[in-house]
Design a protein around this ligand. Structure first.
Ligand SMILES: [Zn+2]
Length: 468
């Protein structure tokens, strides 16, 4: 049996791991897109470390683009096997991939207009089109959490709720090696956090032989979750009521946006919410919110109770969802205080980039960063305290107040990762592979795991193979 690391190795994007059984049956866990500003991103996204036509099935942990974003390309390049995930992930992946295709097609079109001016020889081409997304969605099958899925005579998979985003799952793969023997592989996907609003807590995996775990926040601890609401309300009051400015919240369209809306919905129900307009300016977020509404099976107990009293936890007076570009542009002329929630969370693309560019030089604006920002993005620069940022061809002075709230993170921090793994027997688990993290974070997590008593903790490089 061979385990090959094909993405998110010593970095946080491009998740892709391959397990080839002794009989040649090949399983892929995730086929994510590499994101970020590095030069080799494009090349990494276009090439595979295996032949897509030879993969028998793809197990998808969740619908974030860095986990599912290359599926249409995989299919375009010859993959024709099963794609298995939870029902909410299937719905969300359809949405996310279509959005990704549209962005790529538009970016390619812009780039080609440029290239004609510069007489470049190679035209820009999207990784895949909306038609490719349509094709790949035909291969999707949905399964329930905790349901054993038979892949072939030798392998079964179980999806367990990982509490990270709606539909997210860890995947436990049981592989028969000899008559009565099996090897158990656990892929965490991205690990969520206990006690978060809306979604259920992560469910731990049963005893494993090999664990492939994410390590995004190794060595780091998040803020106290319970301070979320108070701090957000304080920032709203200070920015919008006292300073009469705009609060811009760059947020991932899925998860973070709904959590914030749900918090604001609670403020509204508790009559704490100041009377200011709130805009969710992202067509993807609007559609994603509908997917939340359609998958109440993913809700935790508190949310189930809440919707008994307020059937629409994602809607309140003063909240407007914006799909059309023209309506989004109209926000530029908006006078007075307002809250604008828009994507992307890293301010590297999307409508938020325009809102940030329009208001970053105003002292009464607050930009509230609520999530991880990859190196090289404007979000990361602002987090790091940049005094000026380059946006749309000009240098902008950062006069707006920059606030950071990491407590919204959908990723477990070190203590939470340790708690999630700590049910594993130190004696029984043979190897722990750390993926989906920058190397310093991975080293920190490795040290913590070793302190706990785990041995054989490896940090694979891209393309590295292990034979069992
Ligand atoms: Zn994720």
């Amino acid at each position: 049996m061979k385990l090959k690391f094909c993405g998110a190795d010593q970095e946080v994007t491009g998740s892709c791991h391959m397990l080839v059984l002794d009989n040649g049956y090949s399983i892929l866990v995730d086929a994510g897109m590499h994101q970020g500003a590095e030069q080799d991103t494009e090349k990494l996204n276009r090439s595979w470390l295996f032949d897509p036509a030879k993969i028998d099935c793809l197990l998808l942990t969740h619908a974030h683009i860095d986990h599912c974003g290359r599926i249409p390309l995989l299919v375009k390049n010859g993959f024709h096997g099963r794609i298995i995930c939870t029902s909410a992930t299937k719905d969300l992946a359809a949405l996310m991939l279509l959005d990704s295709a549209k962005i790529q097609m538009r970016d390619a079109e812009y780039a080609n207009k440029d290239h004609r001016r510069r007489n470049a020889t190679e035209p820009a081409v999207a990784l895949y089109s909306d038609k490719d997304v349509e094709d790949c969605m035909k291969l999707f099958e949905s399964v329930d959490y905790e349901q054993a899925v038979v892949l072939n005579d030798h392998a079964t998979a179980v999806f367990k709720d990982s509490g990270h985003i709606i539909g997210s799952a860890s995947i436990t793969l049981k592989v028969k090696v000899e008559l009565d023997q099996e090897k158990v592989f656990g892929f965490t996907g991205d690990i969520g956090r206990p006690n978060r609003p809306i979604l259920k807590d992560p469910v731990r995996m049963d005893q494993l032989d090999y664990l492939i775990t994410e390590s995004t926040y190794g060595g780091q601890e998040h803020e106290n979750i319970h301070s979320d609401a108070d701090r957000l309300l304080e920032i709203i009051k200070q920015t919008c009521v006292v300073n009469k400015g705009k609060l811009l919240i760059p947020a991932f369209s899925v998860g973070r946006t709904q959590e914030i809306i749900y918090l604001l919905d609670q403020f509204a129900n508790e009559r704490k919410m100041p009377n200011i307009p709130v805009y969710v300016d992202s067509p993807l977020a609007v559609s994603a919110t509908d997917i939340f509404r359609n998958h109440p099976e993913c809700f935790d107990k508190d949310m189930v109770e809440y919707i008994k009293k307020d059937p629409d936890p994602f809607g309140f007076n003063g909240l407007k969802y914006i799909r059309d570009l023209e309506d989004s542009k109209a926000l530029n002329a908006l006078q007075g205080p307002a809250i604008i929630i828009s994507a992307s969370g890293m301010i590297n693309a999307g409508r938020i980039k325009h809102h940030v560019a329009n208001h970053i030089e105003e002292a009464n604006t607050t930009i509230l960063i609520v999530g991880y920002c990859a190196k090289g993005t404007i979000g990361a620069e602002l987090r790091d305290g940049a005094k000026e940022v380059w946006m749309f061809g000009e240098m902008k002075q950062v006069k707006a107040k920059i606030e950071v709230m990491d407590s919204f993170s959908a990723h477990a921090d070190q203590t939470e990762i340790m708690a999630y793994i700590s049910n594993q027997s130190i004696k029984k688990i043979q190897t722990i592979f750390l993926v989906h993290g920058e190397i310093d974070r991975q080293q920190a997590l490795k040290t913590a795991l070793e302190k706990f008593g785990f041995a054989n903790i490896l940090i694979p490089k891209l393309g590295q193979e292990f034979i069992f």
